[in-house]
Design a protein around this ligand. Structure first.
Ligand code: AMP
Ligand code: MG
Length: 521
């Protein structure tokens, strides 16, 4: 297997001079050289041909021993310098100090077709940043990351990609619900891919330590390689950089809100500088529409990272990045102006996004009301978000409210909950909706088609991932392969997979791994 090494991060940024792999505070450095732990019996579960080809890796390389050896961390690629990054972050609203790649090891940076990629193993053993943990990852969380990143990509949502999923052959001890019941699980490693894995927290680290020299180095490096459209110099360069990050962060979160994705741990160390969805932990997809929902049991008390809070948290995180970049700018006004723009832009983009979900291609002053009323109505009784919006596309301009209602009823978790009062509210809403559709110039078919491009038919529901995990724990990867295929075309009808166009089954409602996930991974 041959790739073209780029090695920009390792060659151009300062390295930790200490070579021993022991836990420590690392100063004045962007990373530490560290080699993956040797797995005892690595086995490939899945390799992603599309991503491999993006990197210049031929399909014929994927079923080779060499591939398993490289992406399980057994061997390193000739002349590549594996490294763990040093970063800090705010976790759940509090300053957490130095964090760093505690179980992620960047294997190599490659370039292909004029694009840069970093290949990173997650779960490849301890690093200087592992703090009190083992640097490993278990099969269940690796499957969740592997599948979800690809599902997000095919939904058109900026994300890290998945190259490979392997078993290490080692056992890993985890206390899933942090309740004093640790058990051994299968260890696994995902190789994930992004232009870089630089996070907000990489900048926060240097700013907090008042290491302005390295803060500037890192910012200059990031802009030079990944924000090439920025041509300004001096302060203006960093202002434009912040503006670009602010925009891509907003876009990413808007997509999350469109499809009902809840990240679960939006700490600043989990915010990519590229506006990519990164670090798939206790994430989840909303089944019944509930803005207060978070899948993360570790966040149960305050629900800081609940669905409806995500846009606001994005802004909070950008404030932290603004603070970190401030020493390079030394003026608050331009940073505040960008943060103000975020709020205004979110408001108008959210409206447009919801209009597109409802099939409105024109603008009407009453649209905000129709949307707001719908959001309230969706919560009256448990109503599946994905199914509701997908089924809405088959409502015709001239349908009566009763006919329209019949078409979305399948989205109710329990149709018996829909009493007369609620049915009347739906009747009123569909009357308004039908009037509103009369203002649209496109045909029913065209509108339906456009709606089906923004309202996915298939998402990786939590219970689907869990079924896949349960089978994989027993060595059966049929479902993993099936979900991987299904999720490549989330907006297509795919009648052969119709069984996945289904509400969350009852058994999954309160099951660990389905509605409840902890940070244990
Ligand atoms: P996360 O909540 O997964 O984003 O992780 C927060 C921090 O904890 C990061 O610095 C991770 O690298 C580190 N971390 C999480 N799990 C482990 C683990 N099993 N071993 C070592 N470090 C970990
Ligand atoms: Mg993280």
């Amino acid at each position: 297997m041959q790739v073209q090494l780029a090695s920009k991060f390792v060659n151009e940024l300062p390295a930790d001079p200490e070579k021993e792999n022991g836990i420590r505070q690392v100063y004045h450095s962007c990373y530490s050289i560290v080699f993956p732990k040797k797995p005892s019996n690595p086995k490939l579960i899945h390799a992603n041909t599309i991503v491999a080809n993006l990197l210049g890796i031929a399909t014929s390389n994927l079923d080779t021993e060499e591939f398993v050896s490289l992406f399980s961390g057994e061997k390193t690629y000739p002349n590549a310098q594996p490294f763990a990054m040093c970063y800090a972050g705010h976790q759940f609203g509090n300053w957490a100090g130095q964090l760093g790649d505690g179980r992620a090891i960047n294997l190599m940076e490659v370039t292909h077709d004029g694009k840069d990629f970093t290949l990173q193993l997650k779960g490849a053993g301890p690093t200087p940043y592992s703090r009190n943990a083992d640097g490993l990852a278990v099969l269940r969380s690796s499957i969740r990351e592997y599948l979800c990143a690809e599902a997000m990509h095919h939904l058109g949502i900026p994300t890290t990609r998945s190259l490979s999923l392997l078993l290490t052959g080692d056992e890993v001890l985890r206390d899933v619900m942090y309740d004093g019941n640790p058990a051994y699980e299968k260890g696994a490693i995902v190789c994930r891919v992004a232009p870089s894995f630089i996070r907000f927290g990489n900048f926060e680290l240097f700013a907090a330590r008042q290491d302005h020299e390295n803060l500037k180095r890192l910012a200059d490096f990031t802009i030079r390689h990944y924000f090439q459209s920025i041509k300004k110099t001096g302060k203006e360069k960093y202002i434009q950089f912040f503006e670009a990050v602010s925009k891509s962060t907003l876009e990413m979160i808007l997509h999350w809100q469109r499809v009902g994705f809840v990240h679960g741990v939006m700490n600043t160390d989990n915010m990519s500088i590229h506006g990519l969805t990164i670090d798939y932990g206790p994430y989840g997809w909303m089944d019944d529409y509930n803005p207060a929902w978070t899948p993360n049991t570790t966040d149960k008390q305050h629900r800081r990272y609940r669905f409806e809070n995500q846009p606001q948290i994005g802004l909070w995180n950008l404030y932290q990045l603004a603070n970190a970049l401030y020493p390079l700018i030394e003026e608050t006004q331009p940073l505040e102006a960008i943060l103000d723009t975020y709020t205004k832009a979110y408001d108008s983009n959210y409206l447009q996004m919801m209009q597109s979900k409802l099939g409105f291609q024109t603008n009407n002053e009453d649209d905000r009301n129709i949307i707001q009323e719908l959001i309230v109505l969706l919560q009256e009784i448990a109503t599946d978000m994905t199914i509701f919006f997908r089924n809405l596309s088959v409502v015709l301009k001239n349908d009566t409210p009763e006919t329209a209602f019949k078409k979305i009823e399948f989205a109710f978790y329990n149709a018996n909950d829909c009493n007369e009062n609620i049915a009347l509210k739906w009747h009123n809403w569909f009357t308004k909706y039908s009037d509103r559709l009369q203002l649209e110039n496109v045909s029913d078919a065209e509108r339906s088609n456009a709606m089906n491009q923004v309202n996915p038919k298939y998402v990786l529901r939590n219970y689907m991932a869990q079924l896949c995990i349960d089978a994989a724990e027993k060595g059966d990867y049929t479902l993993l392969n099936e979900l991987y295929e299904l999720l490549q075309n989330p907006y297509q009808e795919q009648p052969e997979y119709e069984k996945w166009y289904a509400k969350r089954p009852d058994w999954a409602k309160d099951k660990i791994g389905c509605s409840m996930l902890s940070c244990s991974s």
